[in-house]
Design a protein. Sequence first.
Length: 306
Amino acid sequence: MRHLLSPLDFSVEELDTLLNLASDIEANPEKYAHACEGKKLATLFYEPSTRTRLSHEAAMLNLGGSVMGFASEDSSSASKGESVADTIRVISCYADICAMRHPKEGAPMVACMHSSIPVINAGDGGHQHPTQTLTDLMTIRSLKGRLDHMTIGLCGDLKFGRTVHSLIHALVRYPGIRFVLISPEELRLPDYIRHDVLDMNDIPYKEVVRLEDALPELDILYMTRVQKERFFNEEDYVRMKDFYILDKEKMAMAPEEMYVLHPLPRVNEIAVEVDDDPRAAYFRQVQYGVYVRMALILTLLDIHVD
Ligand code: CP
């Protein structure tokens, strides 16, 4: 039985296979419409979500399966003190696969240790968000035709942004990847990723504070919101929250082929006026998220469609 806790749980070859499957699903959705008939997905969300929970559910429904779950800790017996270990033992009796989001880093790992069904990490604290990474990889590959030889700008909350952490882990395995890390001093990428992932793999990167200084050299700009829920005090959040605002004026400094991605939700970091720019790819990214999660569910359930 396989789980997905980190993007590194799949080799580059396995990722290629999964992304190819997602592209085939995009091209031939009817072929997969009954692939998961009789199967059930449980979504166990201890933290708020719109995209990740509903895209997993849409993915399972598109495959002909069924869904169940809870959308907050308050509406589950976790509010009465039930542990993740006990909850997953129970869910294993009800469902064939589950997706779990939890505010504590490592909670999906604990779930795996007690689960008899595949567990998908749907985001654990400030740690990892591997299904967002699969979405991001499919988006980049679809837009640019490749995942190698690119300069990727990561902008915003690089300290707490788990989507950024997962994406870096995944992309360093492709040749010719270079990063520009764009953040205020207080929200720099944590040392354990800068040193242990970038430096250890000899990945070229530079750190800048001003978005304007990075824009002209980027193939992809990955914007992120400041993660309000991970700040210890409101004052620091308010000081940081509008540090970056990508608007039309800044987009004019970017190359014609530079696509803008964002895991969403957006707060103020991308002005609404940018949405009409053909390089704004964040809503297309949402659609890719459904195809890639369909491919993931099929892969983890070991279901093959001829
Ligand atoms: N991208 C993402 O994780 O969005 P949600 O928090 O809405 O799931």
